[in-house]
Design a binder for this molecule. Structure first.
Ligand SMILES: Cc1ncc(COP(=O)(O)O)c(C=O)c1O
Length: 422
Protein backbone atom coordinates (compact mmCIF):
# COMPACT_ATOMS: atom_id res chain seq x y z
CA UNK A 1 0.00 0.00 0.00
CA UNK A 2 2.78 2.43 0.95
CA UNK A 3 4.45 1.74 -2.39
CA UNK A 4 1.29 3.03 -4.08
CA UNK A 5 0.26 -0.34 -5.53
CA UNK A 6 -3.22 -1.82 -5.69
CA UNK A 7 -3.86 -4.12 -2.74
CA UNK A 8 -6.63 -6.08 -1.08
CA UNK A 9 -6.87 -6.21 2.71
CA UNK A 10 -9.37 -8.59 4.21
CA UNK A 11 -10.71 -7.67 7.61
CA UNK A 12 -9.66 -10.16 10.33
CA UNK A 13 -12.50 -8.90 12.58
CA UNK A 14 -15.15 -9.55 9.91
CA UNK A 15 -18.07 -11.72 11.04
CA UNK A 16 -20.74 -12.34 8.39
CA UNK A 17 -24.07 -12.61 10.22
CA UNK A 18 -27.73 -11.68 10.27
CA UNK A 19 -28.03 -8.30 11.90
CA UNK A 20 -31.26 -7.43 13.67
CA UNK A 21 -30.22 -3.91 14.68
CA UNK A 22 -29.14 -3.06 11.14
CA UNK A 23 -32.47 -4.44 9.91
CA UNK A 24 -34.45 -2.24 12.32
CA UNK A 25 -32.44 0.81 11.22
CA UNK A 26 -32.98 -0.03 7.56
CA UNK A 27 -36.75 -0.39 8.00
CA UNK A 28 -36.77 2.99 9.73
CA UNK A 29 -34.79 4.57 6.87
CA UNK A 30 -37.11 3.09 4.23
CA UNK A 31 -40.18 4.39 6.10
CA UNK A 32 -38.64 7.88 6.18
CA UNK A 33 -37.91 7.79 2.44
CA UNK A 34 -41.57 6.73 1.88
CA UNK A 35 -42.70 9.71 3.95
CA UNK A 36 -40.49 12.09 1.92
CA UNK A 37 -41.40 10.69 -1.52
CA UNK A 38 -44.40 12.97 -2.25
CA UNK A 39 -42.32 16.04 -1.34
CA UNK A 40 -39.42 14.87 -3.51
CA UNK A 41 -41.81 14.34 -6.44
CA UNK A 42 -43.18 17.86 -5.92
CA UNK A 43 -39.75 19.52 -5.70
CA UNK A 44 -38.01 17.67 -8.53
CA UNK A 45 -39.72 17.06 -11.88
CA UNK A 46 -37.11 14.34 -12.61
CA UNK A 47 -38.61 12.27 -9.80
CA UNK A 48 -42.25 12.49 -10.85
CA UNK A 49 -42.08 9.32 -12.93
CA UNK A 50 -40.84 7.32 -9.94
CA UNK A 51 -43.27 8.87 -7.45
CA UNK A 52 -40.45 10.63 -5.61
CA UNK A 53 -38.09 7.63 -5.44
CA UNK A 54 -34.39 8.46 -5.80
CA UNK A 55 -33.27 5.30 -7.56
CA UNK A 56 -30.93 3.97 -10.22
CA UNK A 57 -30.80 0.94 -12.49
CA UNK A 58 -29.00 -2.37 -12.00
CA UNK A 59 -27.28 -3.22 -15.29
CA UNK A 60 -25.47 -6.39 -16.40
CA UNK A 61 -21.84 -5.35 -17.14
CA UNK A 62 -20.95 -5.56 -20.82
CA UNK A 63 -18.91 -8.72 -21.47
CA UNK A 64 -15.18 -8.41 -20.85
CA UNK A 65 -15.12 -4.60 -20.73
CA UNK A 66 -14.64 -4.21 -17.01
CA UNK A 67 -12.36 -7.16 -16.48
CA UNK A 68 -13.30 -10.77 -16.63
CA UNK A 69 -14.05 -12.66 -13.49
CA UNK A 70 -16.06 -15.73 -12.67
CA UNK A 71 -19.61 -15.06 -11.60
CA UNK A 72 -22.21 -12.49 -12.56
CA UNK A 73 -21.02 -8.87 -12.80
CA UNK A 74 -23.69 -6.20 -12.31
CA UNK A 75 -23.36 -2.40 -12.20
CA UNK A 76 -25.49 -0.37 -9.80
CA UNK A 77 -25.94 2.78 -11.84
CA UNK A 78 -25.76 5.61 -9.31
CA UNK A 79 -23.56 7.41 -11.85
CA UNK A 80 -26.90 8.28 -13.46
CA UNK A 81 -28.82 8.97 -10.25
CA UNK A 82 -31.36 11.73 -10.92
CA UNK A 83 -31.40 15.18 -9.28
CA UNK A 84 -27.77 15.29 -8.10
CA UNK A 85 -25.94 12.90 -10.44
CA UNK A 86 -24.11 10.90 -7.78
CA UNK A 87 -24.50 8.48 -4.89
CA UNK A 88 -24.29 11.47 -2.52
CA UNK A 89 -27.88 12.33 -3.50
CA UNK A 90 -29.02 9.40 -1.37
CA UNK A 91 -27.59 11.01 1.75
CA UNK A 92 -27.75 14.72 0.99
CA UNK A 93 -31.37 14.85 -0.15
CA UNK A 94 -32.41 12.68 2.78
CA UNK A 95 -30.69 14.78 5.45
CA UNK A 96 -31.89 18.13 4.09
CA UNK A 97 -35.50 17.03 3.69
CA UNK A 98 -35.60 15.24 7.06
CA UNK A 99 -34.21 18.40 8.65
CA UNK A 100 -36.80 20.55 6.89
CA UNK A 101 -39.63 18.31 8.17
CA UNK A 102 -38.22 18.39 11.71
CA UNK A 103 -37.79 22.17 11.75
CA UNK A 104 -41.26 22.74 10.30
CA UNK A 105 -42.86 20.39 12.84
CA UNK A 106 -40.93 21.91 15.76
CA UNK A 107 -42.24 25.39 14.99
CA UNK A 108 -45.80 24.24 14.27
CA UNK A 109 -45.57 25.17 10.58
CA UNK A 110 -46.28 21.56 9.70
CA UNK A 111 -48.87 19.76 11.84
CA UNK A 112 -48.59 16.00 12.49
CA UNK A 113 -51.30 15.27 9.92
CA UNK A 114 -50.38 17.90 7.34
CA UNK A 115 -49.00 16.59 4.05
CA UNK A 116 -45.22 17.03 3.77
CA UNK A 117 -45.83 18.46 0.30
CA UNK A 118 -46.88 21.70 2.07
CA UNK A 119 -43.14 22.33 2.54
CA UNK A 120 -42.76 22.93 -1.18
CA UNK A 121 -44.58 26.24 -0.57
CA UNK A 122 -42.72 27.28 2.58
CA UNK A 123 -39.84 29.21 1.02
CA UNK A 124 -40.25 32.20 3.34
CA UNK A 125 -39.86 29.91 6.35
CA UNK A 126 -36.69 28.29 5.01
CA UNK A 127 -35.19 31.54 3.68
CA UNK A 128 -34.34 32.65 7.23
CA UNK A 129 -32.47 29.41 7.87
CA UNK A 130 -29.10 28.19 6.62
CA UNK A 131 -27.84 24.76 5.66
CA UNK A 132 -24.04 24.41 5.59
CA UNK A 133 -21.78 21.57 4.51
CA UNK A 134 -18.12 20.82 3.76
CA UNK A 135 -17.49 18.78 0.63
CA UNK A 136 -15.12 17.68 -2.11
CA UNK A 137 -17.98 18.38 -4.52
CA UNK A 138 -20.78 15.84 -4.80
CA UNK A 139 -22.17 16.09 -1.27
CA UNK A 140 -22.14 19.86 -1.71
CA UNK A 141 -24.09 19.45 -4.94
CA UNK A 142 -26.74 17.20 -3.44
CA UNK A 143 -27.14 19.28 -0.27
CA UNK A 144 -27.13 22.52 -2.28
CA UNK A 145 -29.72 21.28 -4.76
CA UNK A 146 -32.05 20.05 -2.01
CA UNK A 147 -31.59 23.11 0.21
CA UNK A 148 -32.18 25.61 -2.61
CA UNK A 149 -35.21 23.67 -3.86
CA UNK A 150 -36.86 24.32 -0.48
CA UNK A 151 -35.63 27.93 -0.28
CA UNK A 152 -32.89 27.63 2.37
CA UNK A 153 -29.84 29.82 2.33
CA UNK A 154 -27.04 27.36 1.64
CA UNK A 155 -23.29 27.61 2.18
CA UNK A 156 -20.95 24.95 0.78
CA UNK A 157 -17.32 24.87 1.90
CA UNK A 158 -15.28 23.21 -0.85
CA UNK A 159 -11.88 21.57 -0.56
CA UNK A 160 -9.08 22.25 -3.03
CA UNK A 161 -9.99 19.06 -4.89
CA UNK A 162 -13.39 20.38 -5.98
CA UNK A 163 -13.85 20.49 -9.75
CA UNK A 164 -14.60 23.97 -11.16
CA UNK A 165 -17.80 22.81 -12.88
CA UNK A 166 -19.25 21.63 -9.55
CA UNK A 167 -18.53 25.04 -8.02
CA UNK A 168 -20.10 26.81 -10.99
CA UNK A 169 -23.20 24.63 -10.90
CA UNK A 170 -23.73 25.40 -7.20
CA UNK A 171 -23.29 29.14 -7.69
CA UNK A 172 -25.90 29.10 -10.46
CA UNK A 173 -28.34 27.61 -7.95
CA UNK A 174 -27.74 30.52 -5.59
CA UNK A 175 -25.51 28.56 -3.21
CA UNK A 176 -22.71 30.49 -1.49
CA UNK A 177 -19.51 28.58 -2.20
CA UNK A 178 -16.53 29.14 0.10
CA UNK A 179 -13.31 27.88 -1.48
CA UNK A 180 -10.54 26.50 0.73
CA UNK A 181 -7.02 26.00 -0.48
CA UNK A 182 -6.83 23.02 1.87
CA UNK A 183 -8.09 19.45 1.94
CA UNK A 184 -11.51 18.04 2.66
CA UNK A 185 -11.09 17.71 6.46
CA UNK A 186 -10.16 21.39 6.67
CA UNK A 187 -13.18 22.40 4.59
CA UNK A 188 -15.46 20.35 6.85
CA UNK A 189 -13.91 21.86 10.02
CA UNK A 190 -14.35 25.38 8.61
CA UNK A 191 -18.01 24.72 7.82
CA UNK A 192 -18.55 23.28 11.29
CA UNK A 193 -16.94 26.32 12.96
CA UNK A 194 -18.84 28.79 10.80
CA UNK A 195 -22.20 27.36 11.90
CA UNK A 196 -21.39 26.58 15.53
CA UNK A 197 -22.69 29.87 17.00
CA UNK A 198 -25.61 30.41 14.67
CA UNK A 199 -28.89 28.94 15.95
CA UNK A 200 -30.44 29.35 12.50
CA UNK A 201 -27.74 27.29 10.79
CA UNK A 202 -27.78 23.55 10.39
CA UNK A 203 -24.54 21.74 9.58
CA UNK A 204 -24.57 18.53 7.53
CA UNK A 205 -21.60 16.74 9.05
CA UNK A 206 -20.24 14.26 6.51
CA UNK A 207 -17.78 12.99 9.13
CA UNK A 208 -20.38 11.86 11.64
CA UNK A 209 -23.91 12.17 10.33
CA UNK A 210 -26.39 9.46 11.30
CA UNK A 211 -28.94 10.93 8.90
CA UNK A 212 -26.65 10.71 5.88
CA UNK A 213 -25.77 7.14 6.86
CA UNK A 214 -29.45 6.17 7.11
CA UNK A 215 -30.25 7.85 3.82
CA UNK A 216 -27.59 5.81 2.02
CA UNK A 217 -28.53 2.55 3.72
CA UNK A 218 -31.93 2.35 2.03
CA UNK A 219 -30.21 1.76 -1.32
CA UNK A 220 -29.74 -1.86 -0.21
CA UNK A 221 -33.51 -2.37 -0.11
CA UNK A 222 -33.72 -1.01 -3.67
CA UNK A 223 -30.96 -3.43 -4.72
CA UNK A 224 -32.84 -6.38 -3.18
CA UNK A 225 -35.94 -5.61 -5.27
CA UNK A 226 -33.80 -5.32 -8.42
CA UNK A 227 -31.99 -8.62 -7.80
CA UNK A 228 -35.36 -10.23 -7.28
CA UNK A 229 -36.56 -8.86 -10.61
CA UNK A 230 -33.52 -10.50 -12.24
CA UNK A 231 -34.48 -13.79 -10.56
CA UNK A 232 -31.38 -13.71 -8.40
CA UNK A 233 -31.86 -14.99 -4.87
CA UNK A 234 -28.92 -14.25 -2.60
CA UNK A 235 -28.12 -17.28 -0.46
CA UNK A 236 -25.23 -19.28 1.03
CA UNK A 237 -24.57 -20.85 -2.36
CA UNK A 238 -25.15 -17.60 -4.29
CA UNK A 239 -23.49 -14.86 -2.20
CA UNK A 240 -23.47 -11.16 -3.00
CA UNK A 241 -20.16 -9.27 -3.14
CA UNK A 242 -20.52 -5.50 -3.14
CA UNK A 243 -17.74 -3.09 -4.18
CA UNK A 244 -18.23 0.45 -2.91
CA UNK A 245 -16.03 3.50 -3.67
CA UNK A 246 -15.03 5.08 -0.36
CA UNK A 247 -14.08 8.63 0.61
CA UNK A 248 -15.10 9.67 4.13
CA UNK A 249 -17.04 6.39 4.27
CA UNK A 250 -20.64 7.52 4.76
CA UNK A 251 -22.02 6.37 1.42
CA UNK A 252 -20.27 2.99 1.25
CA UNK A 253 -20.70 2.44 4.99
CA UNK A 254 -24.43 3.15 4.86
CA UNK A 255 -24.94 0.84 1.90
CA UNK A 256 -22.81 -1.94 3.39
CA UNK A 257 -24.85 -1.65 6.61
CA UNK A 258 -28.09 -1.81 4.63
CA UNK A 259 -26.82 -4.80 2.62
CA UNK A 260 -26.10 -6.70 5.80
CA UNK A 261 -29.58 -5.84 7.07
CA UNK A 262 -31.09 -7.14 3.82
CA UNK A 263 -28.97 -10.19 3.05
CA UNK A 264 -27.36 -11.07 6.40
CA UNK A 265 -24.35 -13.38 6.25
CA UNK A 266 -24.66 -13.77 2.47
CA UNK A 267 -23.57 -10.21 1.55
CA UNK A 268 -19.88 -9.30 1.69
CA UNK A 269 -19.07 -5.60 1.30
CA UNK A 270 -15.71 -4.23 0.22
CA UNK A 271 -14.67 -0.57 0.20
CA UNK A 272 -12.49 0.57 -2.71
CA UNK A 273 -10.18 3.58 -2.37
CA UNK A 274 -7.61 5.46 -4.46
CA UNK A 275 -4.07 4.26 -3.77
CA UNK A 276 -3.02 7.64 -2.35
CA UNK A 277 -6.24 8.28 -0.39
CA UNK A 278 -6.66 4.93 1.34
CA UNK A 279 -8.12 6.46 4.50
CA UNK A 280 -10.31 3.51 5.51
CA UNK A 281 -7.44 1.08 4.97
CA UNK A 282 -4.99 3.22 6.97
CA UNK A 283 -7.41 3.44 9.88
CA UNK A 284 -9.01 0.00 9.94
CA UNK A 285 -5.88 -2.02 9.19
CA UNK A 286 -3.13 0.11 10.76
CA UNK A 287 -4.95 2.37 13.22
CA UNK A 288 -3.21 5.32 11.54
CA UNK A 289 -4.91 8.69 12.09
CA UNK A 290 -4.71 9.68 8.42
CA UNK A 291 -3.18 8.63 5.12
CA UNK A 292 -0.37 11.15 5.68
CA UNK A 293 0.82 9.16 8.71
CA UNK A 294 1.71 6.33 6.33
CA UNK A 295 3.33 8.55 3.74
CA UNK A 296 0.45 8.69 1.25
CA UNK A 297 -0.21 12.00 -0.49
CA UNK A 298 -4.03 12.12 -0.61
CA UNK A 299 -3.66 13.31 -4.20
CA UNK A 300 -6.00 11.69 -6.67
CA UNK A 301 -8.00 12.50 -9.78
CA UNK A 302 -10.96 10.86 -8.02
CA UNK A 303 -12.10 14.07 -6.27
CA UNK A 304 -14.99 12.40 -4.41
CA UNK A 305 -12.54 10.14 -2.62
CA UNK A 306 -9.74 12.63 -1.90
CA UNK A 307 -10.17 12.19 1.85
CA UNK A 308 -7.34 11.58 4.32
CA UNK A 309 -9.34 10.23 7.28
CA UNK A 310 -12.23 7.81 7.73
CA UNK A 311 -15.43 8.85 9.51
CA UNK A 312 -15.28 7.59 13.13
CA UNK A 313 -18.95 6.64 12.89
CA UNK A 314 -18.26 4.46 9.85
CA UNK A 315 -15.17 2.93 11.37
CA UNK A 316 -17.17 1.92 14.40
CA UNK A 317 -20.16 0.51 12.45
CA UNK A 318 -17.93 -1.35 10.01
CA UNK A 319 -15.57 -2.88 12.58
CA UNK A 320 -16.88 -6.45 12.14
CA UNK A 321 -19.32 -5.76 9.29
CA UNK A 322 -16.84 -4.90 6.52
CA UNK A 323 -15.34 -7.76 4.52
CA UNK A 324 -12.32 -5.83 3.30
CA UNK A 325 -10.81 -2.85 1.53
CA UNK A 326 -8.94 -2.64 -1.75
CA UNK A 327 -7.12 0.15 -3.50
CA UNK A 328 -7.00 1.25 -7.11
CA UNK A 329 -4.81 3.57 -9.17
CA UNK A 330 -5.96 6.76 -10.88
CA UNK A 331 -4.87 5.38 -14.23
CA UNK A 332 -7.24 2.42 -13.89
CA UNK A 333 -10.12 4.68 -12.94
CA UNK A 334 -9.49 6.79 -16.05
CA UNK A 335 -9.36 3.63 -18.20
CA UNK A 336 -12.80 2.64 -16.89
CA UNK A 337 -14.16 6.15 -17.51
CA UNK A 338 -13.13 5.63 -21.15
CA UNK A 339 -14.51 2.07 -21.21
CA UNK A 340 -17.87 3.34 -19.90
CA UNK A 341 -18.17 5.87 -22.73
CA UNK A 342 -18.22 3.07 -25.30
CA UNK A 343 -21.25 1.64 -23.49
CA UNK A 344 -23.21 4.87 -22.95
CA UNK A 345 -22.22 5.10 -19.29
CA UNK A 346 -20.87 8.50 -18.29
CA UNK A 347 -18.63 8.09 -15.25
CA UNK A 348 -16.43 10.45 -13.29
CA UNK A 349 -13.20 8.77 -12.06
CA UNK A 350 -14.46 8.21 -8.47
CA UNK A 351 -17.45 6.37 -9.87
CA UNK A 352 -15.38 3.56 -11.33
CA UNK A 353 -13.23 2.47 -8.38
CA UNK A 354 -15.50 -0.48 -7.61
CA UNK A 355 -14.44 -2.24 -10.81
CA UNK A 356 -11.18 -3.10 -9.07
CA UNK A 357 -13.06 -5.20 -6.52
CA UNK A 358 -13.89 -8.37 -8.46
CA UNK A 359 -10.33 -8.52 -9.83
CA UNK A 360 -8.90 -8.43 -6.34
CA UNK A 361 -11.36 -10.93 -4.91
CA UNK A 362 -11.11 -13.44 -7.76
CA UNK A 363 -7.48 -13.04 -8.86
CA UNK A 364 -5.36 -12.34 -5.78
CA UNK A 365 -4.02 -14.62 -3.07
CA UNK A 366 -5.77 -12.50 -0.41
CA UNK A 367 -9.03 -12.84 -2.34
CA UNK A 368 -8.64 -16.61 -2.62
CA UNK A 369 -7.99 -16.85 1.13
CA UNK A 370 -11.11 -14.76 1.81
CA UNK A 371 -13.23 -17.00 -0.41
CA UNK A 372 -11.83 -20.15 1.18
CA UNK A 373 -12.72 -18.81 4.62
CA UNK A 374 -16.10 -17.16 4.03
CA UNK A 375 -17.55 -19.00 1.04
CA UNK A 376 -15.76 -22.37 1.01
CA UNK A 377 -18.43 -24.35 -0.85
CA UNK A 378 -19.40 -21.69 -3.36
CA UNK A 379 -18.77 -22.27 -7.05
CA UNK A 380 -17.05 -19.02 -8.22
CA UNK A 381 -19.47 -18.96 -11.15
CA UNK A 382 -22.34 -18.45 -8.69
CA UNK A 383 -20.98 -15.31 -7.03
CA UNK A 384 -23.01 -12.14 -7.71
CA UNK A 385 -20.60 -9.19 -7.95
CA UNK A 386 -22.26 -5.77 -7.74
CA UNK A 387 -19.98 -2.85 -8.59
CA UNK A 388 -21.46 0.40 -7.32
CA UNK A 389 -20.84 3.12 -9.93
CA UNK A 390 -21.22 6.36 -8.05
CA UNK A 391 -21.24 9.53 -10.16
CA UNK A 392 -20.91 11.20 -13.53
CA UNK A 393 -24.29 12.24 -14.93
CA UNK A 394 -23.58 15.97 -14.62
CA UNK A 395 -19.94 15.97 -15.81
CA UNK A 396 -19.87 18.58 -18.62
CA UNK A 397 -18.73 17.34 -22.03
CA UNK A 398 -15.52 19.39 -21.93
CA UNK A 399 -14.50 17.95 -18.54
CA UNK A 400 -15.36 14.44 -19.72
CA UNK A 401 -13.21 14.91 -22.84
CA UNK A 402 -10.26 15.76 -20.59
CA UNK A 403 -10.68 12.39 -18.82
CA UNK A 404 -10.85 10.61 -22.17
CA UNK A 405 -7.72 12.35 -23.46
CA UNK A 406 -5.85 11.37 -20.31
CA UNK A 407 -7.06 7.76 -20.71
CA UNK A 408 -5.93 7.57 -24.36
CA UNK A 409 -2.40 8.50 -23.33
CA UNK A 410 -2.19 5.57 -20.88
CA UNK A 411 -0.71 2.15 -21.61
CA UNK A 412 -3.48 -0.47 -21.74
CA UNK A 413 -2.32 -2.59 -18.77
CA UNK A 414 -4.30 -2.39 -15.54
CA UNK A 415 -2.52 -2.34 -12.16
CA UNK A 416 -4.60 -5.21 -10.79
CA UNK A 417 -4.07 -8.89 -10.11
CA UNK A 418 -4.70 -10.57 -13.47
CA UNK A 419 -4.53 -14.17 -12.45
CA UNK A 420 -4.70 -16.13 -9.28
CA UNK A 421 -1.41 -16.23 -7.41
CA UNK A 422 -1.25 -18.80 -4.62
C1 LIG B 1 -18.66 9.93 -7.03
C2 LIG B 1 -18.36 9.58 -5.61
N1 LIG B 1 -18.12 8.30 -5.29
C3 LIG B 1 -17.84 7.93 -4.04
C4 LIG B 1 -17.80 8.85 -3.01
C5 LIG B 1 -17.48 8.38 -1.61
O1 LIG B 1 -18.49 8.61 -0.68
P1 LIG B 1 -18.11 8.86 0.84
O2 LIG B 1 -17.28 10.12 0.88
O3 LIG B 1 -19.40 9.01 1.56
O4 LIG B 1 -17.31 7.70 1.26
C6 LIG B 1 -18.02 10.20 -3.30
C7 LIG B 1 -17.96 11.22 -2.26
O5 LIG B 1 -18.13 12.38 -2.48
C8 LIG B 1 -18.32 10.57 -4.63
O6 LIG B 1 -18.53 11.84 -4.95
Amino acid sequence: MCAGRSVLWTNPAYVPATDASARADLDHACADWDMLAPLLARLFPDLQATGGRVSSGLIPAPDGVFGTSAGTLLIKADHALPVAGSIKARGGLFEVLMTAVRQARATGLLGRDDPVTDLAQARAFFASRTIAVGSTGNLGLSVGIAARALGYRCVVHMSKDAKPWKIERLRKLGVEVVLHSADYSTAVAAARDATADDPDSYFVDDESSELLFRGYSAAAAELAVQLDALDITISASRPLCLYLPCGIGGAPGGIAYGARAMFGAHAHSFFVEPQQSASALCQMAFDAPSVHALGLSNRTEADGMAVATLSPLVRDRMHDRLAGICTVGDADMLRWVAAGTGHKMQFEPSATAGFAGPQHLMNSAAGAAFRARHMPDVDPADIIHVVWATGGLFVPDAAHRVFLQAAVALPPAYDLPQELTR
